[in-house]
Design a protein around this ligand. Structure first.
Ligand code: NAD
Length: 251
């Protein structure tokens, strides 16, 4: 049986680990031709031998490389902007440099990638009638709920929601859908790093688990099906929406 993404070309940023990796794997399993990218080429080795996946190093902070990569690929049916960075602290801990870095990686990089991908998505829609799907990684933090010590992270992820809705509004009649996902706390390598940076990592993990009403963190594989849904034509009527997958964190 053909997969739900058969015939689609997808680009995933930050696919080397965590949710980007899980999403790239599930998209490939559903038949998409997946271009998995990450700033760290070593991580991309995890895709070795995986059907439907080709890899290439890509730093989303490098505008020219992002544009070149997108231009070299066939027109994208799916663009999953996953890359992001979590700055820890309140406004008092956030220097202008921290602010700029977070907004550059978490928001500006999406703007650059979307701007590069849209023209050929429009052309493809005009020529074939097919629709493309852009999926942006937001977060519960900031997008939906204020969380302590997530000042600039929350502000930048809220901006991702605004960017998503703005793109959705501009292309709603032109063949491009744009949605965001807002996960709760997901057990990924970077979360483990953040936990290990606390003076008492055991207590820190307990604290992260305690904010999840199910009493556990999400696995990256539990977020990926929502991204696959948004990538697929099953979500044809969804655009400008934010999909929370948060284990009840915002009940
Ligand atoms: P992760 O943070 O463990 O891995 C992130 C990946 O991004 C790494 O492979 C890293 O090499 C890559 N990366 C970093 N800088 C990059 C750059 N400049 N260009 C390209 N790739 C780069 O994975 P994760 O925790 O699944 O986070 C992925 C996204 O999900 C981020 O946007 C994050 O903010 C968001 N998010 C995470 C959680 C969570 O609890 N883990 C919750 C909500 C949202």
């Amino acid at each position: 049986m053909p997969g739900r993404l058969a015939g689609k070309t997808a680009l995933v940023t930050a696919a080397g680990q965590g949710m980007g990796f899980a999403c790239a794997m599930q998209m490939a399993a559903e038949g998409a031709t997946v271009h998995a990218t990450d700033v760290d080429p070593k991580l991309l080795a995890a895709f070795k031998g995986v059907a439907n996946v080709t890899t290439r190093p890509l730093d989303v902070l490098d505008d020219e490389a992002v544009r070149r990569t997108i231009d070299e690929l066939p027109p994208l049916d799916v663009l999953f902007n996953c890359a992001g960075y979590v700055h820890h602290g309140s406004i008092l801990d956030c220097t202008p440099k921290d602010w700029d870095f977070s907004f550059t990686l978490n928001v500006r990089a999406m703007y650059v990638a979307i701007r590069a991908a849209v023209p050929r998505m429009l052309e493809k829609h005009a020529a074939t009638g097919s629709w493309s799907s852009i999926i942006n990684m937001a977060s519960i933090a900031g997008s939906i709920k204020g969380l302590p010590n997530r000042f600039v992270y929350g502000a930048s992820k809220a901006a991702v929601v605004g960017l998503t809705k703005a793109v959705a509004a501009d292309f709603v009649q032109k063949g491009i859908r744009c949605n965001a996902i807002a996960p709760g706390t997901v057990d990924t390598p970077s979360l483990a790093e953040r936990i290990n940076a606390y003076p008492d990592p055991v207590e820190a993990r307990r604290m992260f688990v305690a904010r999840q009403p199910m009493g556990r963190l999400a696995k990256a594989e539990e977020i990926a099906p929502v991204v696959v849904f948004l990538a697929s034509d099953e979500s044809a009527f969804a655009t400008g929406n934010v999909y929370s997958v948060d284990g009840g964190m915002t009940i």
